[in-house]
Ligand binder design. Sequence first.
Ligand code: NAI
Length: 288
Amino acid sequence: KGKRAFVAGVADDGGFGFAIAKALAEAGASVCVGTWPPALGIFTTILRRGKLDESLVMSDGTKMEFERIYALDAEFDTFEDVPQEVRENKRYKEHGDISIQGVVDRMKADFGEQPVDIVVHSLANGPEVKNVLLETSRKGYLGAVGVSAYSMVSMVQRFSPIMRQGGSYLSLSYMASERVIPGYGGGMSSAKAALESDTRVLAFEAGRKYGHRVNCISAGPLASRAASAIGFIGQMIDYCKVNSPLPEALTSQEVGATAAFLSSPLASGITGTMIYVDKGFASMGKAL
Ligand code: NAI
């Protein structure tokens, strides 16, 4: 009750971030989101035009409102890190400081010294995701790891001081971190492996220093915008449907519900953990 969440990586109603934001709102939290500047214009336009109204309806019939929509580019830790040409880009310049620290400072200015209880990292980007690892450049690999994994480290560093005692962090991973998923290239598999390992180390460090928890959901495939851009998501969904203990496609709501649980005091004993929300697929050892 009375908790505030920040969900990074929401730009439409088709991904995990939106479903997590909604599940947190259903559980009574105020929800702020962070949106990548190149996607922010379209997101606010479709919101304004009512194109998301159906998805925003909560179980009590009211419409979910985002408390704030912050511009966030998780590639940058502070405004000093943002190159001049990015600052001047037409999708960035009106938003000022779009760095991770920029969002932290804005939340402090908007709500006070310790304005947040829950932070969710639901973003990833791999510029060379369509290249197999054997053909991934150093720049592509480090780009994927920087945006998709280091950004979580940076968020835990920077949000922890403004998070109320007993706060919760959550990120989204994928089984390609631990098993070979052909097609998930560009160092994205490496980024997810880093994200999962960092979950454990950050849980220890942020637990001891602040009393915060850090967990991770390893989700099954969902045809979000990001996943559809990779190109083989339909095939992955069909494969999982055929080969999982629960043979229906995973819904984003199922991930949202688990995220709300992990972010709540019901999960006060859970930290440093990765939970599969994948219809059981990860437990299988042989395709049907
Ligand atoms: P999505 O497209 O809804 O979310 C990804 C978001 O990341 C987008 O809103 C995009 O604008 C944002 N983003 C990209 N680069 C950014 C940057 N530099 N700064 C800030 N935001 C940035 O897609 P989805 O699939 O819901 O992704 C959410 C998380 O779930 C990601 O970590 C993804 O790897 C993970 N995941 C997705 C699976 C899937 O099959 N869709 C399976 C398992 C994990």
